[in-house]
Design a protein around this ligand. Sequence first.
Ligand SMILES: Cc1cc2nc3c(=O)[nH]c(=O)nc-3n(C[C@H](O)[C@H](O)[C@H](O)COP(=O)(O)OP(=O)(O)OC[C@H]3O[C@@H](n4cnc5c(N)ncnc54)[C@H](O)[C@@H]3O)c2cc1C
Length: 433
Amino acid sequence: MANIVVIGAGLGGLPTAYELRHLLPAQHTVTLISEQPKFTFIPGLVRVALDMAPLDHFQLELDPLAKQHGLEFVNSRVTVFDPHMKRITVENGQTVDYDYAVIATGPGFAFDQVPGLGPHGGYTHSICSASHALEAREAWLQFLENPGHLVVGAAPGAGCFGPAYEFILMADWILRRKGLRDKATLTLVTPEPYVGHLGVSGVTNAQELTEALLRKHDVEMIANTAITAIAPDHITLDDGRILPQTYAMILPAFRGVQFILNTPGLGNEKGFIPILPTQQHPHFPNIYALGVSVNLAQPDKPRVPIGMPKSGQMTEAMGMAVAHNIAVELGAMPAPLTVPTLEAICFAEFGKTGILYVAAPVLPDPDTQQRRYAYAVQGSWVVWSKTAFEQYFMTKMRRGAAVPWFERLGLKTLFGVDLVRPMLTPQSTATSV
Ligand SMILES: Cc1cc2nc3c(=O)[nH]c(=O)nc-3n(C[C@H](O)[C@H](O)[C@H](O)COP(=O)(O)OP(=O)(O)OC[C@H]3O[C@@H](n4cnc5c(N)ncnc54)[C@H](O)[C@@H]3O)c2cc1C
């Protein structure tokens, strides 16, 4: 009898919709709204942009998946969200009323924060969406015909850094294989306080391993730096340095998507949604949010601002908690409510080798500033583990599975990581308002 509407069918929204469908009896409807007709596995876009894999390798048509797995599907962009009327309006004018809304809309891109940034009228490429990755690939193929200065990195305020490291080290690998490496200079520019920080300080070995790898591959590293302006042939940094560029891939800072920014009281000033430990909105109890759309405050205060990384696995954990908690609210599951642990593992692929970054949990204890553990390890096994995980994830999405028991067991056994835990004390304050 309840309609649960999931907005966004990305890494967070699609598995959450599947999990809701598994947990709730058939009398409840699960509606998935997506502006895109296809699911995209975003971590695969680094390889798409570097012409190492076709885009369709990382995409699935949503309409047949929704039919097959018992979801109502609306293929249109949400433009108006009314949390008081509990009504959603999409671009084609259709309205959808909800009993529970789950917001999983991922990032909006703050290209406007740096003059010349981004593929829409600027002079840098991005790999944050399927269309960006395709544009980046066209330009990459031209770069290979006439290599020059490759600059890769992130804009001030960015919270997603892993793909920049993957891009520059895989670009190096491709250039070497093609015998073109001596025709290109490679520079990494990042607002992170140090190379290998990735938005999470104090990860044992992360800086040493990442720096050593970049040094070995002759990549110039510029950390703790803000890009202030971008021109067709150069990039200006806040210390006045000018870097020549022939091809630049710069990850932007993220914000919430437009309808969140337009809805008073839904998000903060950046459009990220405040959440309680259960992923519930503190002021609208039947709204839940997960993934990049939520507000997670960065505990560090480095010289150049950075955001908080929200990895795929953290996103899935948030989605599992959301589905469980809505099922508890609807009486389909027994209490207690659950909360995501935000214990994160991230496989970064660098050509022949890779680094696994683990932070359990990503946010340190606010009182002690300690984590259970946080470390980085390097090996070629990281590369094949990442490929195997990609294939596994795409198979799960085809089959309508979210996070099966054997995946949870594997994460626990191999990496000591839990996705969710029961909430044993009542929630009183927002984790992230
Ligand atoms: C290039 C890149 C590489 C990455 N690599 C890794 C990695 O190796 N490992 C890792 O753990 N994490 C990685 N991440 C992070 C990971 O991709 C994110 O954690 C994950 O995608 C977040 O899921 P999400 O559902 O919040 O957002 P998304 O997966 O971006 O999905 C959001 C969906 O919502 C849709 N949407 C947006 N607005 C609306 C609207 N108004 N109406 C309807 N639909 C809407 C979007 O079209 C999109 O399909 C990477 C990120 C990037 C950018």
